[in-house]
Design a protein around this ligand. Sequence first.
Ligand code: MRU
Length: 345
Amino acid sequence: MYNSIEWVDGKLRLLDQTKLPCQVEYRDFSDYQSVAKAIKSMVVRGAPAIGSVAAYGFVLGASQFAGDDHAGFLQHMEVVSETLAATRPTAVNLFWALRRMEDTLREVKDNSFAAIEAALLAEAHAIAAEDIVVNRKIGEYGNEIVPQGANILTHCNAGALATVGYGTALGVVRAAHAAGKNVRVYADETRPLLQGARLTTWELMQDKIPVTLLTDNMAGYLMQKGQVSVVIVGADRIAANGDTANKIGTYSLAVLAQAHNIPFYIAAPTATVDIKLIDGSEIPIEERTKSEVREIYGQQVAPAEVEVVNPAFDVTPAKYISGIITEKGIVLPPYSVNLLKVMVR
Ligand code: MRU
């Protein structure tokens, strides 16, 4: 599998996900402003991935400071952090990673600039390395709920591309595949930006994991025919009561799954849990540009002036969720009690 995020010779290298699967193209970034643009334009996407990339953007921001006074540097870093935070509002991992970087900065702020930069880079590397360890753990726990020969339906891309490596929902798939369970993934295409069609199918095919693509409106048909054993998706933000924001269309899948008695799991690191939010109504939902709906790959598919809605995420109420697979184990309802327990562990 290709690396989606790398730090090479003082620069951030990203696999451009807007070009996949037609072109495998890397882009190098040496300033925080273009890192912010890359997050916003979804060169990189997926909650854990944008957290890690924002952390590296913070490092680049520190290295761009041209002055020589510490007070000016700290003011500059506030602008860096605000710029990176203003890219995408829903995935809490972005703010979680920036908070870790700000905490590190606070600890070392009186040191030399070289020492500060070294400490920030070490923290960004730690965030990236931890993500892979966490995802493998999610895979191990998640494997327990995957039956032999399972057909696993997923939505969007919660794979290696959406993380630093291995993936969350697709991490569970990878673990089950490695355990010889003979699984197949049903990948929803995921309009408007087709992360399922373009990214999930591509990355699973790289690893020779069986995958079948369907359009978003076919999931109910497959479930009715008994062809889906379990639904596993990722998350962008989980409220304290278990309500979960994920890619638009996840909620419909959860309702369908319940109607057909199919288990519906979220796979996500505890970094995706926003324990201070009482429920999903407090999760900010990103609204993206109308052209993403009116067009596909720049090709107009609807009247140019038609009104459209384009929320990038929806919130699945906790009552539809069978369990939340984290690196600390599978959290079961009641989530208001059990999520809090894993968060303090
Ligand atoms: O808009 P995107 O592509 O960033 O949305 C991504 C998702 O919704 C993923 O399911 C989520 O971030 C989890 S990624 C491990």
